[in-house]
Design a protein around this ligand. Structure first.
Ligand SMILES: Nc1ncnc2c1ncn2[C@@H]1O[C@H](COP(=O)(O)OP(=O)(O)O)[C@@H](O)[C@H]1O
Ligand SMILES: [Mg+2]
Length: 339
């Protein structure tokens, strides 16, 4: 029998009240993360990835979890109070965001901020916390950590700042690290270094990693399993080999098409998917992807496909799930916009 997953998100539904009415940012979202595993959530901007992450962290500001559960080691943390969530964030789940500058306090040295994070979790003296902070800064590959510990955030590069944020996240030895597009604000070379660092740390600490990205190239590099999201829903999930090697959803195939190849720079990203993610207030009938789908047929516009369970523990929300969703040439020829 399989062990219970570390994180089990089940039928999660998150709504926001806006001036224009209530919108559903995440609809009936289910996925799991096992101990020590790397799961990627991938999808275009606006598909509900960050709302999912913030729901797990208990950090949704104006949004509400209307349905579903988020079980962490069996405990439904979607129903936990703020005090319990603070404990969980301090001891079990940590998060790294896209913009490191927003996560750091400009008024304190980075050494101080890492040491402070350590003292929140561990009963240690100021000197011990300080020494441990320098060790952590060394572990995340900050050059000359003794000296850099005395620097203020603005004195570091974006990549170095993100290393500091990762050190703070690791200070509580979390069993789950959520990284929400941690390299999107960095240039490609620095991105590669940070991804390598996260892989190394994940392996050495045995931390489970929930890695959020819009980039299938990063999924291929980082993840064991992948959850593809579109317009607030899971549209496909499975192992990286299954989903990237034999996509059963045209949206996944389109995302794969948008991976920059070594010969094509990011600035000339191939137009891969026509149109954009639908406005939450004007969700299309039927399959949410059908207006943009090169393989759509009549039924897709009128009847929403359920998430079909396919053999070998993979799922696809597509009426055509039993045929390979390639049609790469048809997607390309239908392309009018950039993803
Ligand atoms: N505070 C909010 N109020 C209203 N709508 C929101 C709020 N936060 C996010 N949304 C909506 O939820 C949807 C998903 O957002 P998000 O999870 O940030 O997407 P992603 O991270 O995949 O780019 C978007 O349509 C966004 O406009
Ligand atoms: Mg986001």
């Amino acid at each position: 029998m399989r062990e219970a997953p570390l994180l089990d998100v089940s039928n999660l539904r998150v709504r926001f009240s806006t001036r224009h009415g209530r919108v559903e940012a995440v609809s009936d979202m289910s996925f799991t993360v096992d101990e020590g595993e790397t799961v990627a959530i991938v999808g275009e901007s606006g598909s509900g990835k960050s709302v999912t992450a913030l729901s797990i962290m208990g950090l949704l500001d104006s949004g509400r979890i209307d349905e579903g559960s988020i079980r962490f080691r069996g405990e439904d943390i979607a129903a936990a109070g703020p005090k319990r969530m603070r404990e969980i964030r301090g001891e079990e789940i940590a998060m790294v965001f896209q913009n490191p500058m927003a996560a750091l306090d400009p008024l304190y040295t980075v050494g101080n901020q890492v040491a402070e994070a350590i003292r929140i979790h561990r009963d240690v003296t100021a000197a011990e916390a300080r020494a441990r902070a320098v060790e952590l800064l060394k572990e995340v590959g900050l050059p000359d950590p003794e000296r850099r510990a005395r620097a203020y955030p603005h004195e570091l590069s974006g990549g170095q700042q993100q290393r500091v944020v990762i050190a703070i996240a690791l200070s509580c030895s979390p069993s789950l690290l959520i990284a929400d597009e941690p390299t999107t604000a960095l240039d490609v070379t620095v991105e590669a270094q940070i991804l390598k660092l996260m892989r190394t740390l994940q392996r050495e600490h045995g931390t489970a990693l929930l890695f959020i990205t819009h980039d299938m190239g990063v999924v291929a590099e980082m993840a064991d399993r992948v959850v593809v999201m579109y317009a607030g829903q899971v549209v496909e999930q499975g192992t990286v080999e299954q989903v990237l090697g034999d996509p059963r959803n045209p949206y996944t195939a389109a995302l794969l098409r948008s991976i920059p190849s070594p010969t094509i720079s990011r600035d000339t990203l191939m137009p891969a998917i026509r149109g954009s993610v639908p406005n939450l207030l004007e969700m299309p009938s039927g399959c949410r992807f059908h207006p943009r789908c090169p393989q759509a047929f009549d039924r897709c516009g009128s009847e929403a496909p359920p998430l079909f369970s396919l053999p070998e523990r993979r799922d696809s929300r597509c009426w055509s799930h039993d045929e390979p969703a390639a049609g790469l040439s048809s997607i390309q020829s239908g392309a009018t916009g950039v993803s």
